[in-house]
Unconditional design. Sequence first.
Length: 82
Amino acid sequence: MTTLKPDEQVRALGRAIRRIRRERDLSQEAVANAGGVHLNQVRRLELGTADVYTSTLLRVVAGLGVPLSEVARAYEQPPDER
């Protein structure tokens, strides 16, 4: 993976989370409820407009029902595979 600027990293992470959520056929609301976070946090994270706390990220990942390593793998995929 090429070196991304911090704002690009946040957007890439959001894309990875969105892709996994869609693959699991989950709504943003379902992820938020399962993870115990506000829906707006999920939306902003997916859009890459929020640089969230690690604890919030871990809650969203829990809401997805996947291990953090799966999100990391999705994040590290080249842009053409996202």
